[in-house]
Design a protein around this ligand. Structure first.
Ligand SMILES: *Cc1c(COP(=O)(O)O)cnc(C)c1O
Length: 376
């Protein structure tokens, strides 16, 4: 981006389309041939902008996954066309609009099946759905046992329903010890066999999330669901780095003001930082009103002219101050990197998450509407 144009922006998140594509290709290359991929774009694409991410990854995916009906409908309004699966339960009065838009709900109770069927019959359109199976997380899904088989028989018997898919979700696939994950996969496989014996055969079974994909667990069904890894972030630091991912999002701003602060003076709300010696201080126009964590007060660092500069005092709603005593070139207009690389230095999401006490996934989701997303 041109210097001038950049300076017009107080703060912006830069999203690399090349990184998103690289991550999809790297995962695809590590998977058994013929496995379909779904791109998980819930929570506005983990803060990256769901519709834009969908467009970029379209060549690689068979499905998009979201968490809520509104998210799915918004993607349709924005012209996103592939099948969309909603991973969580939705209120029953949404079913008609979902069926019309070709959006698949997750179904796991008879009440849900009955409402979906009623809407499908009224519209005269067969409604595809995915059966959510609980293999141990105890979040949603019918139990992967005989009671679950009986319930699946009832659910699939409702008129005008199309048993398109079936899935379960891992809850510990990002750890070294994959025993729980293996048990979950085995339960799912047995459940699938038990349904097949009753003549129930969904066309698309899917199990692996990002951690499963990277550890090659649950990747031998029909499809996998790539979330955090699509954005270039490892689900956990202890993950085997089998696939090289590239973080897609970086966060940038511009210095608005630079001044000398004499020894003994306080900086920012509460006076939690007092300069022990004279300091050169730069003001950065970003704050917790943008989703930048206040917990980085007196702790976080940013990059200015390729050097790390520590945050001095509290992060305010819209601004914070950093130490540029060692960065002679720092001046109003100097680029500030809050997340990402500048020269040989890099601030990773893991570092920000660790220092702020936020979970990496959460950090991404918290960047809000006030931060424009620029795709390049
Ligand atoms: C969020 C979610 C995913 C994606 O998880 P990642 O760890 O981001 O890959 C996959 N499946 C379900 C059911 C989810 O809720």
């Amino acid at each position: 981006m041109q210097q001038e144009e950049r300076e017009k922006r107080r703060v912006y998140a830069k999203i690399s389309k090349a990184a998103l594509c690289h991550n999809m290709e790297a995962m695809q290359a590590s998977l058994p041939a013929g496995i379909k991929m779904a791109g998980v774009v819930k929570a506005d694409g983990y803060g990256h902008g769901a519709a834009s991410v969908c467009e970029v990854i379209a060549p690689y995916v068979a499905f998009y996954c979201v968490a809520a009906a509104e998210e799915a409908l918004e993607l349709r309004e924005k012209g996103i066309e592939k099948p969309i699966l909603i991973l969580g339960p939705v209120p029953g009065d949404n079913y008609a609009s979902l069926i019309r838009a070709g959006i698949r709900p997750s179904i796991f109770t008879e009440e849900q099946a009955a409402s979906l069927s009623t809407a499908a019959v009224a519209l005269g359109i067969r409604a595809p759905f995915h059966l959510a199976v609980d293999t141990g997380m105890n979040r949603i899904g019918l139990r992967a046992d005989e009671t679950g088989v009986a319930l699946a028989e009832k659910i699939t018997a409702y008129p005008m329903l199309d048993f398109e898919g079936m899935f379960t979700h891992f809850y510990r696939a990002d750890e070294w010890d994959l025993e729980t994950t293996e048990r979950q996969t085995a339960r799912f496989r047995n459940f699938k066999t038990a349904l097949a014996e009753k003549g129930l055969k969904p066309r698309i079974c899917h199990v692996a999330n990002s951690a499963g994909i990277l550890n090659l667990h649950g990747t031998d069904f029909d499809m996998v669901r790539a979330g955090i890894a699509l954005y270039g972030i490892y689900p956990a630091e202890e993950m085997a780095h089998t696939v090289r991912l590239k973080p897609a999002l970086s966060l940038h701003s511009t210095v608005t003001y630079v001044k000398e602060v004499p020894a003994g003076e306080a900086i920012s709300y509460g006076g939690t930082y007092v300069a022990a010696s004279a300091k050169r201080v730069a003001t950065v126009p970003v704050g917790y009103g943008d989703g930048y964590p206040r917990s980085l007060s007196n702790k976080g660092e940013v990059l200015i002219h390729g050097k790390r500069c520590r945050i001095l005092g509290r992060v305010c709603m819209d601004q914070f101050m950093v130490d540029v005593s060692e960065v002679r070139e720092a001046a109003p207009g100097s680029p500030v990197t809050l997340l990402g690389a500048d020269g040989n230095e890099r601030i990773t999401l893991e570092e920000l998450a660790e220092k702020s006490g936020r979970f990496p996934y959460e950090f991404m989701c918290c960047l809000n509407r006030r931060v424009p997303r620029i795709y390049c």
